[in-house]
Design a protein around this ligand. Structure first.
Ligand code: MRU
Length: 347
């Protein structure tokens, strides 16, 4: 996406052709800082500390991390070590494990001397695939937004609520939940976005930053405002991302998503989840089995003597979700719904 007069992705190769450049998201929204990563350990640190974050992006970052790991030693042990180190960084987003399993499978069957170049090729292909996937989610989601806006009778801008940051910063480009918003805005559909602040890491401020760069009208609200906004008729549609969706349509997303879904359900507000297939865990049949990351209490910014808990994600059951916006179209948040779009996963 464009920032000022430059187009950015969130991850790319430096001119040397091998070192990996990322936007350090811990410096945003204050500063746009580009970091150069040259070791797999640096990629693992960047994922763990959320310099790179968002489910699709950490998957692609991990693929580049393996490529860096193999530069000095393309042998089986180094491959296993690099994959293991990256897999241990964050537990909830399934994209990380999806990407590492794919990279491991495809590289392991090659002779060691062929692995280095193949790893970079694969990471680049995964980055490009992610962009294409998000663009397709954008197309399907734009149709949804248009239909909702037309049902409103065009009398006023459409009001969309989003949680956390599922924009281009969370992916390689475009984003998942924000891609439909960008497309709808570009197509001239008047809309305004309520942006949940998303404590404790304030990813909502990343969303605000992105939307501002794109000229989309937006307002940041504290996390607890969503229920009030919905009850007073000021939200027409909720659209959020996902870090892991089960094959039955339960959705793990940033902590606080579940409460928004409950409020949407109670107030008859459609609640959609933008879910690339790379975020779908085809093994799991119950959201209760999704591992929930517990992050350090220091993120809450309270005194060291204050007992705190910091679960980073929650699970919204499929019954509260109006639909999943995937790259293949919109599906009901059920096994039967997903099976219509991904039959190969259910045969
Ligand atoms: O902890 P984060 O910031 O990596 O969390 C991921 C998210 O940004 C959200 O949960 C998002 O909705 C899913 S990623 C498109």
């Amino acid at each position: 996406m464009r920032v000022g007069d430059r187009w950015y992705r969130t991850i790319w190769l430096d001119d040397d052709g091998w070192s990996v450049l990322i936007i350090d998201q811990t410096a945003l929204p204050g500063e746009l800082v580009v970091l150069r990563l040259t070791e797999v350990e640096q990629v693992a640190e960047a994922i763990r500390t959320m310099r790179v974050r968002g489910a699709p992006l950490i998957g692609v970052a991990a693929a580049y991390g393996v490529a860096l790991a193999l530069r000095s030693d393309p042998g089986d042990e180094a491959l296993r070590g690099g994959v293991g180190m990256l897999a241990a960084t964050r537990p909830t987003a399934v994209n990380l494990h999806w990407a590492l399993e794919r990279v491991d499978r495809e590289l392991r069957r090659l002779e060691p001397e062929a692995r280095g170049a193949a790893a970079y090729h694969l990471a680049g292909a995964m980055a490009d695939e992610d962009v294409a996937t998000c663009q397709r989610i954008g197309e399907h989601g734009e149709r949804l937004i248009r239909a909702c806006w037309e049902a409103l009778g065009h009398g006023r801008p459409m009001e969309v609520l989003t949680h956390c940051n599922a924009g281009w910063l969370a992916a390689v480009d475009w984003g998942t939940a924000l891609a439909p918003i960008y497309r709808a805005h570009d197509a001239g559909i008047p809309l305004h976005v309520w942006v949940d602040e998303t404590r404790p890491r304030n990813q909502g401020l990343l969303t605000e930053w992105e939307l501002a760069r794109h000229g989309v009208p937006r307002t940041v609200v504290v996390d607890n405002a969503g229920g009030h906004l919905m009850r007073t008729g000021r939200v027409d549609l909720c659209l959020v991302g996902t870090d892991r969706t089960t094959r039955t349509g339960d959705v793990a997303n940033k902590i606080g998503t579940y409460l928004k879904a409950l409020a949407a359900h109670d107030n008859g507000v459609p609640f959609y989840v933008a879910a690339p297939s790379s975020s779908i865990d085809w093994q799991l049949t119950d959201g209760a089995a999704i591992p929930i990351e517990e992050r350090g209490g220091g993120e809450l910014g309270l005194g060291a003597d204050v007992p705190v808990a910091n679960p980073a994600f929650d699970v919204t059951p499929g019954r509260l979700i109006t639909g999943l916006v995937t790259e293949r179209g919109v599906a009901a948040a059920t096994a039967a719904g997903l099976a219509t779009l991904f039959p190969e996963r259910y045969s």
